[in-house]
Ligand binder design. Structure first.
Ligand SMILES: Nc1nc2c(ncn2[C@@H]2O[C@H](COP(=O)(O)OP(=O)(O)OP(=O)(O)O)[C@@H](O)[C@H]2O)c(=O)[nH]1
Ligand SMILES: [Mg+2]
Length: 410
């Protein structure tokens, strides 16, 4: 039910073309072939990054490509291999091939990594084709084509914040105010019968996921009302927002009673859930001119209470900031305990390429000779223009071997 989706296009880098070139130096008019190989194109990897929680980053960016390999050059200089592209997604993301619908990978563990689109191999330069009988090869191979595909990413969301409270406390109203979720809202109890998720976006790219669940009432653990089974949807949240209507209608529990009813139900459901960090939020403050009801609740519970109105938006910003602080603290503690290094840039390109295996979707490639030519001083001008290298051929093309030419004859 809580599914976040995105479609992205991935393409490896194209392999660099091999070069056709001949050694030309003073007093060496007919040096041998010295066209270097093209560099390999970079690969695209997808990595499960525990510091990312949603697929929202992909809404504005659909194309993820690795860098092309550089063309080979004269003087036996090979082209540089293209940098890989690492796409970071939240753990739990399922990767499907969009067109066939096939599941390619389930990134269910943090830091899991998958090679999703290989780069093309670098083309061989003409120096590779010289033999005793054929000393002036005037052709080279073009760079290989990279893999490319459209992917569908799916994430089953786990909320950071779970909303609890009596029916009509205003949980769905709050969720609809802070996120783009549009849960049903009405002034009768149990309007919400299925949990709903929303992504809360604060300023400065701060985001978290909030879950609205059906209201709990006294005896929910025994099945009264809608029961308490849906509490499992918020068992894995980091924070609980306990929403209390501070101006309940007559005959309904007072705010303090309402608070204890819910606490009791949480305890009965699970100690783990009851022990989660909790933020008490007094709702519907627009219904009175002063905050005395909030003060009373605060005094009775001996805890800080944040006062808001889901209808007017009063106090919402303060609530967002407070929740963000709590979530950050908890995330940091989680990371410290797992010793995971957070990534500032979720989509960084990494130049250092790991070894990887050939195959459809795999994680390592011992066969690949990546990086072998990288430090060969290929930063100079490319003496081979593309037309010079690859005239007239799709797979590979050589220039006509002109028997009258002096070039290339040692
Ligand atoms: N005046 C006022 N009314 C509110 C506020 N928040 C919610 N309401 C009203 O309270 C009623 C219940 O709101 P909901 O958001 O549906 O409450 P809920 O907690 O999701 O209720 P259930 O889904 O039944 O558990 C609606 O009529 C809302 O318009 C508020 O801040 N001020
Ligand atoms: Mg509701």
């Amino acid at each position: 039910m809580f599914i976040d989706r995105a479609e992205i296009f991935v393409r490896g880098g194209k392999g660099g073309n091999g070069c056709v070139s001949f050694r030309r130096e003073k007093y060496i008019p007919k040096g041998g072939p010295d066209g270097g190989d093209g560099g390999h194109g970079g690969h695209v990897y997808i990595v499960a990054d525990p510091t990312i929680t949603t697929l929202l980053d992909f809404t504005g960016r659909h194309h993820w490509t690795a860098q092309n390999g550089q063309a080979g050059m004269g003087k036996n200089r090979s082209g540089k291999s293209g940098a890989d592209r690492v796409v970071r997604v939240p753990p739990g993301t399922l990767i499907y091939d969009r067109d066939s619908g096939r599941l390619l990978k389930d990134l269910d563990q943090p830091e899991m990594r998958v090679l999703i689109a290989r780069g093309g191999r670098g083309g061989k330069g003409n120096q590779n084709f010289a033999t005793a009988r054929y000393q002036a090869p005037r052709f080279a191979f073009p760079g290989g084509e990279p893999d490319e595909r459209w992917l569908r990413l799916e994430l089953k969301l786990i909320a950071d914040v779970g909303l609890v409270g009596l029916p009509n406390a205003g949980k769905s109203t709050l969720l609809s105010r802070v996120s783009r979720a549009r849960p049903k809202i009405a002034d009768y109890p149990f309007t919400t019968i299925e949990p709903q998720l929303g992504i809360v976006e604060l300023s400065n790219y701060r985001r978290f996921v909030m879950a609205d669940i059906p209201g709990l009432i006294e005896g929910a653990h025994e099945g009264v009302g809608l029961g308490d089974d849906f509490l499992r949807h918020i068992e894995r949240t980091r924070v609980i927002v306990h929403l209390v209507d501070v101006h309940p209608i007559v005959e309904h529990p007072t705010p303090v009673e309402a608070y204890h009813v819910i606490r009791n139900e949480l305890q009965k459901y699970s100690q783990d859930l009851a022990r989660k960090p909790e933020l008490i939020v007094a709702n519907k403050i627009d219904l009175a001119d002063n905050l005395s009801a909030v003060q009373e609740l605060q005094d009775a519970l001996g805890r800080d209470v944040i006062a808001i109105s889901g209808v007017t938006g009063a106090g919402i910003e303060q609530l967002g900031d407070a929740l963000w602080r709590m979530i950050q603290e908890i995330r940091q503690t989680e990371q410290a305990s797992k010793s995971i290094v957070p990534h500032d840039d979720p989509f960084e390109a990494v130049a250092a390429a790991p070894t990887i295996r050939r195959g459809d979707v795999s994680s390592d490639d011992p066969d690949r000779e990546r990086g072998e030519d990288e430090d060969d001083g290929c930063s100079g001008d490319d003496p081979c223009g593309p037309a010079e290298r690859f005239e007239g051929g799709a797979r590979w093309a050589g220039q006509e071997d002109d028997p009258d030419s002096e070039e290339g004859k040692p």
